[in-house]
Design a protein around this ligand. Structure first.
Ligand code: SF4
Length: 310
């Protein structure tokens, strides 16, 4: 938001661009663009981002966040739009030294190189401490009116926000879900144990508890009502949904084909996590790629503890 305001002060016309993946979305940028009064594009880079995430050139940060490669992918995508539509340059709100790994000078250079748009990426908040870019050389931007903010403190940015009358801004320091330990552990496990990982697998990773069946396939079981609704929404024709008939309990989802024995095991797990009485027979309804009912004897959920993926 500050980078945009600094350039708007130079009467530069700006269009915002933000990105959508399973790990982050456009809500913050949409709010910011409304406050700034600039148009905003939302570009879905989910597929490309997931491919990059499997093997990022510059590795991961403290968790599964490949920030250098992620920035580079966003700027590469934005650069393609710049070329196609005749924009003059790209700008970001990065601040030199604000993040220990991804915003060092060498990391910013790596982003420039990897994106393929080095020279066209302007960082107005730290520009005076960085190399001169093409728009500065061409006089499209006045370098003297750019800033030299650096370091981890946000005091200068907060003062600048107050100067521009920006009262609502995202809380500093937040990263996307890839920086969160629990989610990162799950994703690490998924990438290590499943040969082909697609966007659907990643969406499933965001909800419920995951259990590994003996074949290595996963069963996802809703923890809360919201998870159950989400699993129902995510289920494709080829997936199998499981729920206990007539008794409150979780929805289970099996995305992969498994043996009849493992379907029965999955039904037993879903029943164990339901309100059905232990030791009683109960009916589990299957829907999706199979539509039938299975009767299982309800076991305590502790019996399945070793299948849980933490
Ligand atoms: S925190 Fe997440 S969204 Fe931000 S650069 Fe890193 S990987 Fe990308």
């Amino acid at each position: 938001m500050l980078a945009v305001r600094v350039l708007l002060d130079q009467d530069i016309e700006m269009t915002g661009i933000t990105f959508q993946t399973p790990f982050f979305g456009p809500a913050g940028a949409q709010k910011a663009a409304r406050q700034l009064g600039i148009p905003l594009r939302v570009v879905d880079i989910g597929e490309a981002h997931l491919e990059m995430l499997k093997n990022p050139k510059y590795g991961y940060g403290s968790q599964m966040n490949p920030c250098i490669d992620c920035h580079a992918l966003m700027l590469k995508t934005a650069g393609g739009i710049m070329d196609a539509e005749g924009f003059d340059f790209l700008c970001t709100g990065e601040v030199l030294g604000q993040r220990p790994m991804s915003q060092r000078k060498d990391a910013l250079r790596a982003v420039d190189k990897l994106s393929g748009y080095g020279g066209y990426i302007l960082r107005p908040l730290s520009a005076k401490l960085l190399w001169e870019t093409v728009p500065e050389e061409l006089g499209k931007v006045d370098r003297q009116r750019l800033l030299d903010i650096h370091g981890r403190s946000r005091k200068v940015q907060m003062a600048l926000a107050a100067y521009y009358g920006i009262e609502e801004y995202p809380s500093p320091g937040g990263g996307c879900i890839l920086t969160k330990e629990g989610f990162a552990d799950r994703l690490r496990d998924l990438l290590a144990t499943q040969e082909e990982v697609g966007l659907h697998d990643v969406e499933l990773l965001k909800c419920g508890r995951h259990l590994r069946l003996p074949s290595g396939r996963r069963l996802v079981v809703g923890r809360v009502h919201g998870d159950n609704l989400r699993l129902q929404a995510l289920a494709r024709e080829e997936d199998l949904l499981l729920r206990v008939k007539g008794i409150p309990g979780p929805t289970g989802l099996l995305a992969a084909q498994v043996s009849v024995q493992e379907v029965e095991l999955a039904a037993g797990i879903v029943a164990a996590y339901s309100d059905a009485e232990t030791g009683e027979d109960t009916v589990v309804v299957l829907s999706g790629r199979e539509n039938r009912e299975i009767t299982v004897t309800v076991r305590p959920k502790e019996d399945f503890r070793e299948l849980l993926i933490q």
